[in-house]
Design a binder for this molecule. Structure first.
Ligand SMILES: *[C@@H]1O[C@H](CO)[C@@H](O)[C@H](O)[C@H]1NC(C)=O
Ligand SMILES: *[C@@H]1O[C@H](CO)[C@@H](O)[C@H](O)[C@H]1NC(C)=O
Ligand SMILES: *[C@@H]1O[C@H](CO)[C@@H](O)[C@H](O)[C@H]1NC(C)=O
Ligand SMILES: *[C@@H]1O[C@H](CO)[C@@H](O)[C@H](O)[C@H]1NC(C)=O
Length: 675
């Protein structure tokens, strides 16, 4: 089994809420019910950021007929991705975004100011206990300061610009308990690189993470931001740290620098924060889908890669292997904050980068660079022979100067190392802490700072860890709070159909809707219906009919973000699709286009058992699924009419129903604008 999303967890108890649910509650619109994992809610996030993709968002926004953003205080535009691209086309795009932002009164942060996520934190847009979204996959970063940060797609961003709102399904929540204390020389980066490697079985895929445990208190904010940032690489949709004294102190320190009168970081908001933090704690009877525990004292510096974060190896094992490097990077929002630069500077001071190695450094923001210059750390790094790049994104996402070439090896304090991301597909990319990256740059091979003093690197010990599934469908009862879900006129009270088994994991969007039709704009609905699932099974169209319900395996709809993967299923006359789990973008595209999705791992597991050994790709099961929307309950009967499965699913609130009734998010936005 790959990912597990036990949406039935929400019904084990409808009383206690975890921190994630409590924060969402504050931003959930049009409901007076308590919200839980699995529930679909419309949300009005505190802030919504978009970066270089602000122009595509603006184009979508205007395409929906919107003229004015609903609340210009909610929207933030930052330019950070392609800041080294001085082509006419890019400068034009940047100018368009700036002009649009100025006209709408949106806060605009120009290229060179820094990485959007860093600005969001420095400027208090991503404030603790707030729900903060951005059209970027690393929005999880905000969790480092206790803000529930999660990514949205461009359509969502356009909807928020136009109406202040979009929808969210509250993910299953994983509690990640950090106990004990880090040994000297082990950093925040090492925690997340270790976590990605230790729990590499998609254990937190599409989960919201809450970090807890006595080990958290000693982690500085910069470590927390790095960890939260890379929960994205770990597969999660958010990674929230608790709001403790460290967080409050961070804001007190920010206030000293910002002075009085800042609209978001001021005496009042900090006092309010200390107050709110007491109330925003997970309830004792809150439910978690997973509980992971790691003893921080057993972690050692780790290097992830090459080319995957699922492989992490203790530095103590890699250092003796004499892995020569060509390039080293201290760049990006993940690890280019002041403490990262200082840590690298401490290693580099008075040393020289090895001949033949290029070392690139870029601060997370211009503020950070200024601080690092003032501190002397910036100069120490340049003296050692580093090449500075402008604050903002760059090589980390394969843009600008200093990319990896064919056959080269790089080590980087960034967050992603998939093949080809930092340059050539034939290069190898490793990730490590700023200290290890700096030491490797001096050594000319992967190694640790201790080696520069002639000592061996930090030794490894067996890591103490555990993982538990908090609630499985087996223990989930059908107990509920008795209140029926209200159903809007025009929305079906129940949906029923025969289950069609398409038994595979990771069916990607190309399997669902072949790439060759994706840019064929004039394709008709009938043609779309005909090619639906064609690459998965050429027989699909013959074997299915309108009203059927597809049931598939885990991570359905992974891969490219094409919306037609959802719309071709609708074109086939199917209104609901069931799977063990869905790729996150597919889930969003589905609801955005009025296709309902349900994750029921037990159901695919049962059918797999029944059809074990069958090589038929598309099977008419004779089983009927009935989704009772008012009870938020699914019942499956077999060919004899006997009930084989009955369970609770997340509630579909009236706001979400309204989006479906209006034909999806865009249709809903158009109606809202008219009001
Ligand atoms: C963010 O959260 C703080 C602390 O709970 C609260 O005072 C503030 O009103 C919130 N801001 C927004 C815009 O939601
Ligand atoms: C520079 O930006 C333009 C406009 O966004 C883009 O079309 C072009 O491919 C970019 N150039 C490079 C080298 O990435
Ligand atoms: C997290 O990492 C991503 C990818 O490099 C980056 O875009 C983002 O700005 C980072 N955020 C922070 C503040 O660390
Ligand atoms: C599926 O339908 C096509 C025509 O639409 C037909 O040529 C083909 O033989 C059919 N296959 C089966 C198994 O019925």
């Amino acid at each position: 089994m790959t990912s597990i999303r036990y949406f039935s967890v929400s019904t084990v108890s409808r009383r206690g809420q975890n921190l994630t649910e409590k924060i969402v509650q504050k931003y959930a619109q049009g409901t007076n019910k308590k919200v839980f994992s699995g529930d679909y809610v419309t949300i009005k996030p505190a802030h919504c950021m978009s970066h270089d993709n602000s122009w595509p968002v603006a184009t979508k926004f205007m395409g929906l007929g919107a003229k004015h953003v609903k609340d210009n205080r909610q929207i933030v535009c930052t330019l950070d991705h392609d800041v080294q691209n001085k082509s006419e086309a890019n400068l034009k795009k940047y100018a368009n975004i700036e002009k649009f932002a100025k006209e709408q009164g949106i806060d605009f942060h120009p290229a060179g100011k820094g990485i959007g996520h860093q600005i969001m934190i420095e400027e208090g847009y991503a404030f603790p206990l707030n729900l903060t979204v951005a059209s970027d996959s690393h929005s999880n970063t905000y969790g480092g300061v206790g803000s529930l940060g999660t990514p949205v797609v461009r359509t969502d961003a356009a909807a928020i610009w136009a109406t202040g709102q979009t929808w969210w399904q509250i993910p299953p929540v994983a509690k990640v308990e950090l106990v004990g204390e880090l040994a000297p020389g082990v950093t925040g980066k090492d925690i997340i690189v270790n976590l990605c490697g230790l729990f590499n079985n998609d254990d937190v895929l599409n989960h919201a993470i809450e970090f807890t445990g006595d080990g958290v208190a000693k982690l500085p904010i910069d470590y927390r931001l790095t960890i939260a940032n890379m929960t994205t690489e770990w597969g999660a949709l958010s990674g929230v740290f608790p709001v403790d004294q460290t967080v409050v102190d961070y804001y007190k320190d920010r206030l000293k620098r910002l002075g009085n009168g800042h609209p978001r970081i001021n005496e009042e908001t900090i006092a309010q924060l200390s107050e709110d933090a007491k109330q925003y704690q997970s309830d004792p009877d809150a439910v978690y889908a997973k509980h992971l525990v790691v003893d921080l004292s057993t972690l050692s510096p780790a290097v992830s890669g090459p080319n995957s974060v699922k492989v992490s190896t203790p530095l103590a094992e890699l250092a003796p292997q004499d892995i020569k490097i060509n390039k080293a990077y201290l760049v990006s929002c993940t690890n280019s904050r002041l403490s990262d630069i200082q840590a690298a500077a401490k290693v580099l001071k008075g040393k020289k980068i090895a001949p033949g190695v290029e070392f690139y450094v870029a601060a997370a923001s211009s503020n950070v660079q200024k601080d690092a210059e003032h501190d002397g750390a910036w100069n120490d790094i340049l003296e050692a022979g580093a090449t500075p790049l402008p604050a903002g994104c760059g090589p980390c996402i394969g843009l600008g100067a200093g990319l990896l070439k064919d056959g080269e090896v790089g080590i980087s304090a960034t967050n992603r190392n998939f093949k080809g991301r930092m340059g050539s597909k034939d290069a190898l990319a490793y990730l490590a802490s700023p200290e290890v990256v700096a030491a490797s740059a001096v050594l000319g091979r992967i190694g640790g700072p201790e080696e520069l003093e002639g000592k061996p690197v930090h030794p490894t010990v067996p890591v103490k860890k555990s993982i538990q599934s908090g609630s499985s469908a087996a223990t989930a009862t059908t107990e509920d709070d008795g209140a029926a879900v209200e159903v809007l006129d025009g929305f079906p009270k129940q949906i029923t159909g025969e289950l069609i088994l398409c038994d595979a994991d990771n069916i990607n969007t190309d399997g669902i809707y072949p790439g060759k039709y994706t840019y064929q704009d004039d394709i008709t609905k009938d043609e779309m219906a005909r090619v639906c699932m064609e690459n998965y099974d050429g027989e699909f169209k013959n074997k299915t009919k309108a009203g059927d319900i597809i049931i598939s395996g885990y991570n359905f709809g992974t891969g490219s973000s094409r919306e037609q993967a959802a719309t071709c299923i609708l074109a086939r006359g199917m209104k609901l699709i069931v799977a063990g789990s869905f790729g996150n973008i597919f889930s969003r595209n589905s609801i955005n286009n009025a296709l309902l999705t349900l994750e029921i791992p037990d159901l695919i597991n049962k059918l797999r058992e029944k059809y074990k050994g069958s090589d038929e790709l598309t099977i008419r099961t004779g089983w009927t699924l009935t989704y009772d929307v008012t009870k938020a309950q699914v019942t499956v009967t077999d060919e004899n009419g006997d009930v084989v499965l009955q369970q609770k699913v997340g509630e579909l609130g009236t706001n979400l129903q309204d989006i479906i009734v209006k034909g999806g998010l865009e249709g809903w936005v158009k109606e809202e604008i008219k009001k």
